[in-house]
Design a protein around this ligand. Structure first.
Ligand SMILES: *Cc1c(COP(=O)(O)O)cnc(C)c1O
Length: 370
């Protein structure tokens, strides 16, 4: 048989696929535990808005029709909510889609793409997929070292990814830090400000002091792309919908590589309906802020270090190699995220759950560390 690996494009030959969090069903099947809690993928433990659920349920009868390929209604809603014109919005099958589009528009195998150490795993995967070169300056106190990133820019740099807050560390950059960074990035280099956890971080209860809304810089910096998602606080990870906000010229270019009908009709309806439910959003953010405090208090009591987080997860330092602790937690019916692949071998990333789930992880952690 032909060895198709040899025929694959160079970037793909050496590509390791993204490792998702373990699904609950898989854990229950393989470990024989029941009522498992998945705190591994930063999903909203309250689920989607009830309004979104009923809107999606009633849209099921329409799935024989192709979706609106331009997502008119959802874009209208986002446009009025965010105060940007619809021609600045690109819809994606999850915001990962948006990250991929911007790469396809600007990156070739000669390009360099910059992102920080300990930042989101999709950035190196996309870079490698394009056959481009990842440039990865060391982090500073687990967060982005913007000076190091500026110093890493060359003539070949096409894109810089900045996750704010960052996954898996939860660290955030302040308004002053980003403002001075943007002012110093050459205008032909695209800055992707990945705001997947924006709604959590911007809420005063989360106590991410100085956390900015990236939209304020769009007018001044046409090289800025902001990405956001319905997968996290809106609880719609399973239907896959996210969006990018950028200068219309960037939006236009991304639309050229966007597959037709990339966002399905159920997702379009669910996302639009969830924007109407501010109460559910507020409840989700408040549950998270309380849960973060609960987890931090628990870690403090156990004498464990952790990285202060502006998002709906927190990375805890278990004080030793975390992989066996991750395994032991699986037997307790709890799925968290090992982050050794992010060069954080002693940390586990824990998604903030309900009060009951947070207690369960703290109890289980105490048991397996004893
Ligand atoms: C979860 C996440 C995303 C978005 O994922 P989608 O489900 O594709 O929208 C993007 N960036 C970061 C940093 C994330 O953690």
């Amino acid at each position: 048989m032909t060895d198709f690996l040899k025929l694959a494009v160079p970037g793909v030959q050496k590509l390791a696929p993204y490792q998702p969090g373990k699904p609950i069903e898989e854990l229950e099947r393989e470990y024989g535990v029941h009522n498992a809690a998945k705190l591994a993928s930063n999903e909203n433990p309250l689920g989607p808005s009830p309004q979104a659920i009923s809107a999606m349920a009633s849209s099921a009868k329409d799935v024989w029709l192709y979706p609106d390929g331009n997502g008119f209604e959802l874009k209208q809603k986002l446009s009025s909510k965010l105060g940007v014109s619809p021609d600045m919005i690109t819809l994606g099958n999850g915001s990962s889609d948006i990250l991929q589009f911007i790469m396809q528009v600007f990156v070739t195998s000669d390009s360099e793409v910059i992102f920080s150490q300990h930042s989101f795993a999709i950035y190196p995967i996309l870079t490698q997929m394009m056959g481009a070169t990842s440039v990865v300056p060391a982090a500073k106190e687990w967060g982005y070292d913007l000076e190091a990133i500026l110093a890493a820019i060359t003539d070949k740099t096409r894109i810089i990814f900045i996750a704010n807050p960052n996954n898996p560390t939860g660290t955030w950059l302040t308004e002053a830090e980003i403002a001075s960074f943007l002012a110093r990035v050459p205008e032909q280099v695209i800055v992707v400000l990945d705001e997947a956890y924006f709604e959590y971080a911007i809420d005063p209860a989360t106590e991410a002091s100085g956390y900015p809304d990236g939209l304020q810089w769009l007018e001044k910096y046409p090289n800025l792309l902001i990405s956001r998602t319905f997968s996290k606080v809106y609880g719609l990870a399973g239907v896959r919908v996210g969006y990018g906000i950028s200068h219309p010229q960037l939006t236009n270019l991304m639309n050229r590589v966007r597959p037709p009908f990339n966002v399905n009709s159920i997702a379009l309806v669910g996302a639009a309906a969830s924007l109407d439910d501010e109460e559910h959003l507020a409840r989700s953010v408040a549950t998270n802020a309380a849960g973060l405090k609960q987890l931090m208090r628990g870690f403090d009591e156990m004498g464990l270090g952790y990285i202060p987080s502006a998002a709906n997860f927190i990375s805890v330092d278990v004080g030793r190699e975390a992989a066996p602790i991750y395994d032991a937690l699986l037997y307790e019916g709890i799925i968290v995220r090992p982050v050794a692949n992010y060069q954080m071998p002693n940390h586990l990333r824990v998604t903030v759950g309900t009060e009951i789930q947070n207690s369960a992880i703290l109890t289980a952690l105490k048991k397996v560390l004893a």
